[in-house]
Write a protein that binds this ligand. Structure first.
Ligand SMILES: CC(C)(COP(=O)(O)OP(=O)(O)OC[C@H]1O[C@@H](n2cnc3c(N)ncnc32)[C@H](O)[C@@H]1OP(=O)(O)O)[C@@H](O)C(=O)NCCC(=O)NCCS
Length: 190
C-alpha cells in the first residue's frame, strides 16, 4: 500500500515538475561584460519596477501584482532577469501558451546605462531559444508604433511587422504594431 502511495506521489510530482518551463541560470558575455541571467523570482520585482521607472519616465506600466501574477505562471511563462555585479539591469518575458503554438513576448526593458550593448537582444535571443524548445511555431509581440528603437531590435532578430492595432495603448491613444518571428522554416510546414 505504502509503495503504491509513493509511486502515486512520485508520478504526480514528476508530471507537475515536467510542465514547469525549465531555465538554468547562466553567465553570458555581451561586449566584454558578464551578465548573470536567471529566472525572475518575486523578490526581483522591486528592481524590475525600478527599471520600468528608469525607461518609462517614472511610470510603471506593470505594477507589483501584475509582475507577481506573471511570474507565478511557471508552466506557461518564462521571465528572465540580467544582473551585473548584483544589480538587476534588464528583464524580459515570454508567455508560451497562445493558440496555434504561438509564444508572446510580453515585456522587455534594459536600464539606460546598459542599453545599446546588445543586452536586450541577448535576453530576447534566450527567450527565442526557449520558445523553440517549447516547440512554438512563432513568437509575436506588440510594440508602440512610435518606439523605433525597440522595433529596430526586433527587426534585427528577424521579427516582421504583421499588422497595426489602432489605439491599442488606450491611455496614450497610440497604435501598436504586431510583429512576428516564424520559428518553423517555411519548407518544414508542408
Ligand atoms: C528596447 C530595449 C529593451 C533594447 O535594449 P538594448 O539592450 O538597448 O538592446 P540592444 O543593445 O540589443 O540593441 C539596441 C541597439 O544596440 C545595437 N547592438 C546590438 N548588439 C550590440 C553590441 N554587441 N554592441 C553594441 N551595440 C549593439 C543594436 O543594433 C541596436 O542598435 P541600433 O538600433 O541603433 O542599430 C531598450 O531600449 C529598452 O529598455 N527600452 C525601453 C523599454 C522598451 O521600449 N521596451 C520595449 C517594449 S515593446
Amino acid at each position: 500500500m505504502l509503495k503504491k502511495f509513493k509511486r502515486l506521489v512520485t508520478k504526480v510530482l514528476y508530471s507537475e515538475s515536467e510542465q514547469v518551463v525549465e531555465f538554468n541560470s547562466r553567465t553570458d558575455e555581451v561586449e566584454g561584460i558578464h551578465y548573470l541571467i536567471c529566472r525572475a523570482i518575486v523578490p526581483d520585482i522591486p528592481e524590475m519596477l525600478a527599471i520600468e521607472k528608469s525607461v518609462y519616465e517614472g511610470n510603471t506600466p506593470w505594477d507589483f501584482e501584475t509582475f507577481k501574477a506573471e511570474l507565478s505562471k511557471r508552466k506557461t511563462t518564462l521571465y528572465l532577469v540580467a544582473r551585473y555585479e548584483d544589480e538587476l539591469v534588464g528583464f524580459a518575458g515570454v508567455d508560451f501558451k497562445r493558440a496555434n503554438g504561438e509564444a508572446h513576448i510580453t515585456n522587455v526593458a534594459v536600464v539606460p546605462k546598459h542599453q545599446n550593448r546588445g543586452l536586450g537582444s541577448k535576453l530576447l535571443r534566450v527567450l527565442i531559444e526557449s520558445a523553440r524548445k517549447q516547440e512554438c511555431q512563432n513568437i509575436v509581440l506588440e510594440v508602440k508604433a512610435s518606439n523605433d528603437n525597440a522595433q529596430k531590435v526586433y527587426q534585427d532578430l528577424g521579427f516582421k511587422i504583421l499588422n497595426r492595432k489602432k489605439n491599442y495603448y488606450t491611455e496614450e491613444q497610440e497604435d501598436a504594431l504586431t510583429m512576428r518571428l516564424d520559428l518553423v522554416p517555411a519548407m518544414g510546414r508542408g
